[in-house]
Write a protein of this length. Structure first.
Length: 233
């Protein structure tokens, strides 16, 4: 990863980002310049298949309720094992919402899933696989540029770099998918972003390369527009 000294190469992007002082809800247009197409790249989630969700007490307060949940967790120790991803069965967002009788929405209602049980988990390795496929197959994927929008949160001095695909994926992983990172080529025909607290990735691209974007059928994604709401507060 090599620091870029001149910020001129990034003015097109920085000048378009407008979320700090704008009214809520914040939309796609608050975080990206104008593109012809926007898609959300769904994060992969996994579930412990035999977990007794119906017996778990979501807001346990009494000693008996806390004991109930502790006994459930004792039977499923993978809940507390950060390296137990393989013990979680991959499930689509749509199927997960249906299982818990939550109205389906591509990217909003997943926050209503019972995450506090610990029996649902983000599958980081699967997310990296999806992002790796995108950056491998997207056209104009050489001479990539990384803009680190919230660099100050990570105590780094610089925010603009020349970067390889592998370095980008490492930064995403090392920051727990919670840094606001923008990846784009010198042509500016596409931009792949990760936003703090969003819960999915956004890929924006122009019609010039749309015929070469058929590979997107290989990753779970959904359509967005400039007006798609991202953050209500």
């Amino acid at each position: 990863m090599q620091k870029i000294e001149s910020s001129e190469i990034n003015e097109w992007l920085v000048n378009a980002i407008n979320w700090q002082n704008d009214s809520r809800p914040l939309k796609v247009l608050n975080f990206l310049p104008k593109f012809d197409n926007y898609v959300g790249v769904t994060w992969k989630i996994g579930i412990i298949e035999n977990f007794p969700f119906s017996d778990f007490i979501a807001n346990a307060k009494s000693e008996a309720e806390i004991k109930n949940n502790r006994e459930i967790w004792n039977c499923h120790p993978q809940v507390f094992d950060e390296n137990a991803e393989s013990q979680f069965v991959e499930i689509s967002t749509e199927e997960a919402l249906r299982r818990f009788k939550i109205p389906y929405h591509e990217y909003k209602n997943d926050r209503k899933l019972p995450w506090n049980t610990g029996a649902i988990r983000i599958l980081e390795s699967k997310i990296i696989e999806s992002l790796s496929l995108i950056v491998d197959k997207i056209p104009e994927n050489k001479n990539l540029i990384l803009y680190w929008e919230d660099y100050y949160r990570y105590n780094i001095e610089d925010n603009l770099f020349k970067i390889s695909k592998e370095e980008f994926l490492k930064e995403i992983e090392d920051t727990g998918f919670d840094a606001s990172l923008y990846l784009y080529p010198e042509s500016k025909n596409w931009c792949l972003i990760n936003l703090e607290d969003l819960g999915f990735n956004i890929l924006a691209f122009n019609n010039k390369i749309k015929p070469q974007m058929e590979f997107l059928t290989e990753v779970e994604n959904f359509k967005l527009t400039e007006e798609s709401e991202l953050f209500r507060y």
